[in-house]
Structure formats: structure tokens, C-alpha cells
Design a protein around this ligand. Structure first.
Ligand SMILES: Nc1ncnc2c1ncn2[C@@H]1O[C@H](COP(=O)(O)OP(=O)(O)OP(=O)(O)O)[C@@H](O)[C@H]1O
Length: 304
């Protein structure tokens, strides 16, 4: 059984078709990335998973339970860390987490609440009012809130937006541990390095459609090019090498050229061509494609 099964979801807001026939499954224990530019439809899809927004057609099951027909059971299987910081300012951190536990019918949940707070470095804020917390601390509480009922499936909607390095590390350590213990994780983030480091599989949305769905490794191999970044003396690049200039080349003004490389042997060919014209290479870097390159290529593609 899949942890999340998304089948033919459509959603419109008036004339805006925000999700178009979106279908994919996330298997149990996966660390799955849901990526896309602003407005692609990620939050809408997550809101439908959480039962906060109704799809116009299609269905979603969480651990086999339909998010509409079996709302209560499906919701118990899911922990969502929302993007927006919304809290009742009158409660302390512990009260907020107790309230959330009560919402799921859990009494005497303090041992687990203490463990979550300790793992998120929130223990010394347990009795502080929500309104007195910094933005980063509030985000920790959002994560804690999503975990109070130990959901098998955890969805994080941009959990590291605007948080400092220390919290990022704390958060990833904890999320990584939960994933190793068997929790399924779905992550949306605009920090593609985080997605590349953590996600074993990725879906990319563009204008409400799934435009890529594959393992992270396969995505890295499938689309992007390796690059040779050259800083030359003040002469122009020879015409023979200009066809290799990457479309992502940005810097001839600083005498830096980004060339596409399909094989290591291309490097020697390029260098010997430069030698032929006595062009001096001041600096040279080899860069393998990363998820950002893949993302930009997929989002740029005229095919989508
Ligand atoms: N309640 C709403 N009413 C009208 N339009 C909406 C509503 N919620 C979302 N939209 C629109 O639907 C589209 C998808 O928005 P959504 O928030 O799902 O995108 P996203 O991929 O999460 O973006 P971001 O990366 O900026 O969070 C956008 O064009 C957005 O303006």
C-alpha cells in the first residue's frame, strides 16, 4: 500500500486551473520532494491532502484512507507542517502542543511532547507564550505540532523558509531520524540543495501539471549538462568553441565562459584548442550538474 496515492486531481479557483490531472504515489518510507516555482500548485495539493481544500475531481488516499470519505482516519495518518505561521498568541508552547494532541484525541501525551521539544531545541521555551517567540522558534513549534500524533506520513511545506543555519541542521537531523524510523516524508522547498541531499524521488509541478517524476539520481543524469567554467585572458573565445557555450552562461564580462561538457575527454579538446590560439586560462572549474540545473532546464522547456 502506498503512503500517499494521488489520482487525477483537478482544482480550479474561478478561471485559474491550479491543478491539472495530478497523479502520483509516494511509497511508505520514501523521502519525497514536491518541487515547483511559486504558484505551481504545491500548497494547493498539500491542502487537499490535509482535507483543507476540496478537489474538483480525483481522489487522494493517505495510508489507504480517502481524505474525504475517511477524513478522520486519513487526517490521523498525516502530519502537515504548513508554510504560514498561524498561532493562537495566548497559549504557551506546551499548551499549544497539548491542544493539538487533544484535537487528535490524545490525552497524557506529555512524554512525547517533551521528546519532540527536546529534539527541536524547544525545551527551554515550553512555558513561553507563542507571541513572545521569534519567527524561527515559531516554525519549530509548527513542526512539533505536526508531530504530536506520531503520524506515519509527514508533509513539510517549506519548513526551512527564513530559518537560520542552526535550526536547519536541528530540523534535518530530526526529520532524517524520523525517516530512518520508517516515517514517510514529503518535502516542498525552494532550496534545491536540500531536496537533492534528502529526497530519493522528486515530482516537479509547473502551472499545476506534473512535468517530471523520477528518482533524484535519474533526474540528475537525465537532463542537465556538466560544465567547464573557464576564466580566460582578455581575448575572446575562439569561434570553434562558441557552439559549446552553455545557455546558462552569464559572465563573459568577467572573461568567464561556461561551456557544456558531455565527457571528460572534451576538457582536453577545449584546452588544446585554446593553446592553439595561445589563449591563457587564468582559472578553470569543472561543475557537475545539480538539481538546480535540472529544475531550470525542466521549467524552461518549451515542451511543458
Ligand atoms: N484560495 C485561493 N483563491 C484563489 N487562488 C488561489 C487560492 N490559493 C491558491 N491560489 C492560486 O493557485 C495557484 C497555486 O497556488 P499554490 O499556493 O498552490 O502554489 P505553490 O506552488 O504552493 O506556490 P509557492 O511556492 O509560492 O508557495 C496560484 O496561482 C495561486 O495564486
Amino acid at each position: 500500500m502506498s503512503a500517499i496515492d494521488i489520482c487525477q486531481i483537478n482544482k480550479s479557483y474561478r478561471s485559474l486551473h491550479a491543478l491539472k490531472d495530478v497523479s502520483f504515489s509516494v511509497e511508505e518510507g520514501e523521502f519525497f520532494g514536491l518541487l515547483g516555482p511559486n504558484g505551481a500548485g504545491k500548497t494547493t495539493l498539500i491542502s487537499i491532502m490535509a482535507g483543507l481544500v476540496r478537489a474538483d475531481s480525483g481522489h487522494i488516499r493517505i495510508s489507504g484512507f480517502d481524505v474525504i470519505d475517511d477524513y478522520r482516519t486519513a487526517r490521523k495518518k498525516l502530519g502537515v507542517v504548513p508554510q504560514e505561521l498561524v498561532f493562537d498568541p495566548f497559549f504557551t508552547v506546551r499548551e499549544t502542543l497539548r491542544l493539538q494532541s487533544g484535537y487528535f484525541g490524545l490525552k497524557n501525551n506529555d512524554d512525547w511532547i517533551d521528546e519532540i521539544m527536546s529534539n527541536l531545541d524547544l525545551a527551554d521555551k515550553a512555558d513561553v507564550n507563542m507571541r513572545a517567540l521569534s519567527g524561527g522558534m515559531k516554525r519549530r513549534v509548527l513542526v512539533a505540532q505536526a508531530l504530536v500524533h506520531k503520524p506515519p506520513v509527514i508533509v513539510l511545506d517549506e519548513p526551512t523558509a527564513g530559518v537560520d543555519v542552526e535550526l536547519r541542521q536541528t530540523l534535518w537531523q530530526f526529520i532524517g531520524r524520523l525517516n530512518r524510523e520508517g516515517h514517510t516524508i514529503v518535502l516542498t522547498t525552494h532550496y534545491l540543495e536540500e531536496a537533492q541531499n534528502w529526497c530519493n524521488r522528486i515530482a516537479m509541478l509547473k502551472n499545476g501539471r506534473v512535468v517530471a517524476l523520477d528518482t533524484t539520481e535519474a533526474l540528475l543524469h537525465r537532463v542537465a549538462e556538466s560544465q567547464l567554467i573557464l576564466q580566460l585572458d582578455d581575448r575572446d573565445l575562439p569561434d570553434s568553441l562558441k557552439p559549446l557555450v552553455s545557455q546558462y552562461d552569464i559572465g563573459h564580462t568577467s572573461r568567464t565562459w561556461t561551456l557544456r561538457i558531455s565527457h571528460f575527454t572534451d576538457i582536453e579538446k577545449i584546452l588544446s584548442e585554446l593553446r592553439k590560439y595561445h589563449i591563457v586560462v587564468n582559472d578553470l572549474q569543472f561543475r557537475q550538474p545539480d538539481l538546480e540545473d535540472v529544475f531550470l532546464q525542466i521549467m524552461d522547456s518549451r515542451l511543458n
